[in-house]
Ligand binder design. Structure first.
Ligand SMILES: CSC[C@@H](O)[C@@H](O)C(=O)COP(=O)(O)O
Ligand SMILES: [Zn+2]
Length: 216
């Protein structure tokens, strides 16, 4: 696929991002977190562009050609491929936080069940777990870490508006769940995004286990 980038260095950076996305996608698929072509992944290429998964591809079998270039309005650059149906949720993150360079979205069973269970409260309130310290900026198990749960919709501008409303209310945001759907999280690089995702998966599973054990 031809990718029109301003110069050769940028083109090389796109390829490096694409390769890193492929590596991460395979690892997440191996954990069973990307069933049936679900999930999407991206990395910032430069101030105005990102590399993102092409819509509908099997995320466990990606190659470099399954990743495409977009601008931060979500428009394809140098390709007629169709970016992820949820591209607007990725570009929103890149536009709001210049320091963020990777966004991950998965559909694990734990994330899906937790999103349904906590949808009524609109938030998962994590406190008392040592692993909260895997989230950048959290230094104690005692600090409350809130993960909002937004109603699902196929209309991306509505989801973007829900995320904007949370942030515009001045609340910290490191990740969010979408009801019956999955999770979004991000980081300054792919390693940080992966750490956030793995920690949140673990924390959500612990919350689900606690609920089950306490009610039995
Ligand atoms: C296959 S159902 C999942 C999709 O509707 C969507 O939520 C998803 O995660 C993947 O969409 P995609 O357009 O491939 O990025
Ligand atoms: Zn999804």
């Amino acid at each position: 696929m031809s990718q029109a980038l301003p110069d050769a260095i940028a083109a090389r950076h796109f390829e490096a991002c694409a390769d890193r996305i492929v590596e991460t996608a395979r690892a997440l698929a191996d954990k069973g977190w990307t069933p049936a072509t679900s999930s999407n992944f991206s990395m910032r290429v430069d101030a105005g562009h990102a590399a993102i998964t092409i819509s509908g591809r099997d995320k466990g079998k990606l190659g470099r050609d399954d990743i495409m270039l977009i601008d931060l309005d979500g428009q394809p650059v140098g390709t007629e491929a169709r970016p992820s149906a949820e591209t607007a949720l990725h570009t929103q993150v890149y536009r709001r936080w210049p320091e963020i360079n990777a966004v991950l979205h998965t559909h694990s069973r734990t994330q899906s069940v937790a999103s349904r269970l906590f949808a009524r409260d609109g938030v998962v309130r994590l406190q008392g777990w040592e692993l909260q310290k895997a989230i950048s900026g959290y230094h104690s198990h005692d600090t409350v870490l809130e993960i909002p749960v937004f109603p699902n919709t196929q209309h991306m501008p509505e989801l973007v508006a829900q995320v904007d409303a949370w942030l515009d209310a001045g609340k910290p945001l490191h990740a969010y769940l979408i009801d019956g759907h999955g999770i979004y999280t991000w980081g300054r690089d792919m390693a940080e995004s992966e750490r956030h995702l793995e920690a949140l998966e673990f924390l959500l599973a612990c919350e689900l286990d606690l609920r089950t054990l306490r009610s039995s």
